[in-house]
Design a protein. Sequence first.
Length: 164
Amino acid sequence: MFSSVAAHAGRLLAITTIAFWAASAAAAPVGPFAGFGGVWSGRGQIHLSDGRRENLQCRATYQVDAGGQAMQQVLRCASDSYKFELRSNVESQGDQISGNWSELTRSLGGRLSGQARRGRIEVRVQSDIFNAEVTLVSSGNRQTVPISSPGSQISGVAISLHRG
């Protein structure tokens, strides 16, 4: 009798575990922004047009919708003499993404467009007076964010972030 009860309890545990795993997997984001959600922090370096380079401390927050199809980003970085706060709202249509961006410390903003595939986002941000290429590459709890904007005060930024 005991072995029958134990076998029944074992089957019930296995069924419950499988059902829980299936429900968790179904709720996980599967869109191109899956894996970006959360708070990331790290260091980087800013390259200014006059040739100076400064070390940065950065923090990024990503809010991804339940399906992984839309994302809000806030990226704040500061050095001894420079800071920026980049915000963006993006949506995907397949691999193509589009949205808006703003840089709050300089009152800039505009549109962005590009591509997103699992773990990699490549966009061009544009406004009347500023253009840049931004890439986000996320793998596990590590992320790199290179930004290139030749011809502007900031010629480039290289950031390495970790989540946790």
